[in-house]
Design a protein around this ligand. Structure first.
Ligand code: ADP
Length: 674
């Protein structure tokens, strides 16, 4: 392949990855063309590119996934090459072929390599032949339910059903016993058909405590190949990565070389070119098994960039232009430690369901050589139902894991996002938890350490609860002072006179809502020579407190224990960060009733904006508590709505295909007499 010089490339993607690619292209003096849907006409990637072409309506099936439109945009603007980013068309062999047919360079591997890895089962057959170790399982073409079931029975439970065309954790179900097999198979097939238009499954032995360790590989068109070490992506929710790091803690040079060589064997087996990732499950005995190869740039590529000092997008552009790899294996070095945390619009307290909304306030931490923020949104942007709810990737680097982790927690604490629920506090608590600090990683990390990450027991709130209460009374005093100074000035939004009933002189009683539960608190105030003192009572305990509020920084003395916290507030929701934990809380308005009641009935309302997929029972059917009633879909993930109690389904308010607003009532349900 002869060398070529790109003057202009098109980026067939949106969001942070489109911005990421544009940045490198610009540094290399290459002009860029963005494409955009109706929903993205004011998006950051559009304003960053030199040109932009509208390619259709908001749903990706009508814009970013229509490859004829993307190709037309490239032809119209004279772009010589297309970078597909990740997701969308990045692993679509048809698109890659269409580029070639139109004399446009696809910045990625050859069509045959994409095809070879496009099916997880075909990929496993190729890797088996190349001597790459595999997870035991069934990856045959016969998709008969009985064959799959027999494979699972033979292997022994638990097993994992995986869509052969799957990705992003979709179309995947764990099966813990033979009795669960059919429900899991149907759900996995449906999700796979919706997401990938193919419902073929493979069955794998489910390893119970593996780590997810993947190798970054790079090959050029001259027969050279290198590996850029590993990333540990074990911390996952819903089989999707949450925090990634490089190098993998505890990795030895020998194991690294063995995995790196196996990954290169995998790449060579399919004549790979460009950036690729070979994903392995690493068992506790250091045995590793090929899972799949992603034939594109990964979301988490920045951690590799941070420890190697290389720009992988630049590598992609050079390799696609026919150049040799910028470095040989011997020239590559691994320095320090990097983390990436994925910041999502989602509700960790509600099974990580995606949420939507407007980013009414957005203030990332200050960036430096240690802190990098890859994002595609600006304050005021929408996080809509149409696309992935990732807001940003926060990447940090330092000379070792402990220092890098300190950078991470600090940057998370400084990140301010308002307007929707995010996973920021969850990430902060996770990164601060003892097992994460000790790098006790495996793919079940979040479930295993749930209470330490979620701080959801009353004992764990012992410190945060009085801090939250103290903050509120100090903020109230400050607001009152402000009001006195500038009479008529609006006080802070939570402060509503009716919420504050003065039960008796200097005692205030109120309720804090934390993790959907209500905690009654009372604060008794008394003055003294050295400032106001507070007696804070909650859950049968009483604490003596003093405190001072300076801007958003709270200094507190709780029973002689000196603590600092910072508090961010938006429309009545507060985030309180201490040195080692984060907590969000709000003040319960007295007339809102009981959160527990709302929770129980809330099972039958739509948990988010989405589409109705299937109704699983008929109106008039008697059902048992926890029976599946219907399936909704949002962000291409399925969510099953179950019966809250034994009872009868009277009516469904939506039919399959209908769009449903978050919070809408889905079912008319009559609980049977207890
Ligand atoms: P996807 O392509 O949808 O991301 P993967 O095959 O990469 O799916 O798997 C995603 C995650 O699911 C892995 O990182 C791992 O946590 C878990 N996983 C996959 N296969 C197995 C298995 N056989 N046993 C245990 N966990 C698995």
């Amino acid at each position: 392949m002869s060398e070529q010089h790109f003057e202009k490339i098109l980026i067939a993607n949106r969001g942070e990855i489109a911005c990421r690619v544009i940045r490198t292209a610009r540094n290399m003096g290459i002009r860029t063309v963005a494409v955009y849907s109706d929903a993205d006409k004011d998006a950051l990637h559009v304003s960053m590119a030199d040109e932009a072409v509208h390619i259709g309506a908001a749903p990706s099936r009508e814009s970013y996934l229509v490859y004829e439109r993307v190709i037309d945009a490239a032809l119209k603007t004279g772009a010589q090459a297309i970078h597909p980013g990740y997701g969308f068309l990045s692993e679509n062999a048809g698109f890659c072929e269409a580029c070639r047919d139109n004399n446009i360079v696809f910045i990625g591997p050859p069509v045959a390599a994409i095809e070879a890895m496009g099916s997880k089962s075909a990929a496993k057959q190729i890797m088996e032949a190349a001597g790459v170790p595999l997870v035991p399982g069934y990856h045959g073409d016969d998709q008969d339910r009985d064959i799959l079931k027999a494979a699972a029975d033979d292997m022994g439970y638990p097993v994992l059903l995986k869509a052969v065309a799957g990705g992003g954790g979709k179309g995947m179900r764990q099966v813990w016993s033979a009795g669960e097999f059919d429900e899991a198979l149907n759900a996995a097939r449906r999700e796979a058909m919706n997401g990938f238009g193919n419902d073929d499954m493979l069955v794998e032995k489910y390893l119970t405590q593996p780590r997810h360790v993947e190798i970054q590989v790079f090959c050029d068109s001259h027969g050279n190949g290198v590996y850029l070490f590993e990333r540990d992506c074990s911390v996952q929710r819903r089989h999707q990565k949450v925090i990634e790091e490089a190098p993998a803690p505890g990795m030895t040079d020998d194991l690294r070389a063995a995995m790196g060589e196996a990954a290169l064997r995998a790449a060579r087996a399919i004549d790979y070119q460009g950036a690729g990732t070979v994903e392995f499950l690493l068992d506790s005995d250091d045995a590793f098994y090929f899972m799949e190869m992603n034939t594109r740039l990964q979301v988490e590529h920045p951690v590799t960039e941070m420890i190697t000092g290389q720009d992988l997008v630049e590598w992609q552009l050079r390799v696609a232009a026919g150049e040799v790899l910028p470095a040989t294996q011997d020239q590559l070095t691994l320095t320090g430690h990097a983390f990436e945390a994925r910041i999502y619009a989602e509700d960790p307290d509600n099974d990580f369901l995606p949420v939507t909304g407007t980013l009414s306030f957005l203030q990332p931490p200050e960036t430096s050589e240690h802190v990098r923020v890859d994002t595609g949104v600006l304050q005021g942007d929408e996080v809509s139902v149409y696309y992935d709810p990732m807001i940003a990737k926060l990447i940090v680097w330092d000379e070792n894991r402990d220092k890098a982790l300190q950078r991470l927690t600090r940057a998370l604490r400084e990140y301010r996002i308002s307007g929707m629920t995010t996973n920021l506090e969850f990430l902060y608590n996770l990164a601060n938890s003892a097992p994460f600090r000790a790098a006790d990683l495996d793919t079940g990390f979040i479930e295993k350490h749930h209470s330490q990450i979620f701080h959801d027991t009353e004992a764990e709130l012992e410190r945060e609860l009085p801090l939250a209460a103290l903050y509120l009374v100090l903020e109230q005093a400050r607001a009152a002072q402000r009001e006195r100074a500038a009479s008529g000035d609006a006080s802070s939004p939570w402060f509503d006179a009716s919420a504050w009933r003065l039960n008796e002189p200097n005692v205030q009683s109120f309720e804090l809502a934390i993790h959907d539960r209500h905690y009654p608190v009372s604060v008794e105030q008394s003055g003294s020579a050295d400032g106001t003192r507070y007696r804070i009572s909650f859950g049968g305990k009483t604490i003596q407190a003093q405190g001072n509020l300076d801007g958003s920084e709270l200094s507190a003395n709780l029973d002689g224990y000196l603590l600092r916290a910072s508090v961010a507030e938006h429309e009545g929701s507060f985030s309180l960060y201490t040195q080692d934990s984060a907590l969000s809380f709000s003040l319960v308005a007295p007339d809102l009733g009981d959160a527990d009641d709302a929770g129980a009935g809330g099972g039958l309302t739509a948990p988010m904006n989405g589409t109705m997929v299937t109704l699983l029972v008929e109106p008039g059917d008697e059902v048992k508590a926890d029976d599946a009633l219907l399936v909704m879909e949002a962000m291409k993930m399925e969510h099953t709505i179950r019966a809250p109690k034994d009872g009868k389904v009277l009516a469904f308010f939506y039919q399959p295909g209908d769009l449903v607003d978050g919070g809408a009532e889905l079912v008319e349900f009559e609980a049977s007499e207890a």
